[in-house]
Design a protein around this ligand. Structure first.
Ligand code: NAP
Length: 254
């Protein structure tokens, strides 16, 4: 029985686990970083918390006799992706990255692409704007350097401590979010700029479509550089790859 480790934290990781859960030829473990207080239920056994860098992950791959590694982390989880690629190469464990394709701008979109969160803060400009931040909790703090704006901040768990600016409102919610609901939200809060990550997929695309419909600018954080490993765009492709991946070499060592 092959043991598959899925690095998760995304809906695709959960869907892949669901597709593999009943397979008798596979043992599947899903790994979560442990960032959210109430993670979604998972269809396979879960381990939680960091591995302790590349060395820790390499040791885990050996100790748990992992035969295949699936990096199904979010496209902005660049550190984990790099560690996964390094540890898999070191331990000669086959690896595939399950990554949603990035969104591309279409007619009517008004995107300004920026390299990182600092670039997003600068892109908002000096004049006060009404900003919707939908980028998760981790990097929200950077916007404290631009206190002239009104912020609407949405995240899965509360932002703690709150952003140190005079005007910020918070929404704690987990996607998916429909375009209609996003349009209503942007209108209700009179948002004039959305800051987003190019996450890809359907669950959070509603705000991008809503911004297009309302003529609202989107400051889009570019995806970080990710390691050059074999990539599957969809859960179905990842399953197909798993079914054809060669058996691990006998001299893999520990
Ligand atoms: P990151 O910066 O790439 O990773 C930081 C550290 O967190 C890693 O070095 C690792 O610790 C630990 N880690 C990350 N993912 C892990 C996993 N699946 N299992 C075990 N440990 C993990 O990651 P991040 O951007 O903070 O994201 C954390 C988690 O949230 C990821 O699982 C990601 O899929 C999910 N997520 C991220 C975003 C985002 O925008 N970044 C959005 C949605 C979901 P050690 O070095 O100790 O092993």
């Amino acid at each position: 029985m092959r043991h598959i480790l899925i690095l998760g934290g995304t809906s695709e990781a959960r869907q892949l686990a669901g597709r593999l859960a009943d397979r008798r030829d596979l043992k599947v473990t899903l790994s979560l970083a442990g960032r959210t207080a109430h993670p979604a239920a998972q269809p396979v056994p879960v381990r939680v918390g960091g591995f302790g860098g590349i060395d820790g992950l390499a040791a885990y791959l050996a100790n748990q006799h992992i035969d295949v590694l699936v990096d199904a982390t979010h496209p902005y989880a660049a550190t984990m992706a790099a560690h996964a690629a390094e540890a898999a190469a070191r331990m000669k464990v086959p690896i595939v990255a399950l990554r949603r394709k990035a969104w591309t701008a279409i007619a009517g979109d008004n995107w300004m692409e920026v390299a990182d969160i600092g670039g997003a803060v600068v892109a908002l400009g000096a004049s006060p704007r009404r900003v919707f931040l939908a980028i998760g909790r981790k990097e929200v703090g950077a916007f404290a350097t631009a206190p002239q704006h009104d912020y609407l901040i949405r995240s899965v768990d509360p932002v703690e401590p709150p952003l140190d600016v005079p005007r910020a409102a918070y929404i704690v919610a987990r996607g998916p979010f429909s375009e209609d609901d996003e349009r209503a939200l942007l209108g209700q809060h009179r948002i004039d700029v959305v800051v987003a990550k190019n996450s890809g997929g359907k669950a959070t695309k509603g705000k991008i479509a809503a911004a297009r419909a309302l003529g609202i600018k989107v400051v889009m954080l570019r995806r970080p550089a990710l390691p050059d490993v074999l990539t599957a765009d969809t859960v179905q492709d990842a399953v197909a790859w798993l079914d054809h991946v060669p058996a691990p070499p006998p001299d893999r060592g520990v």
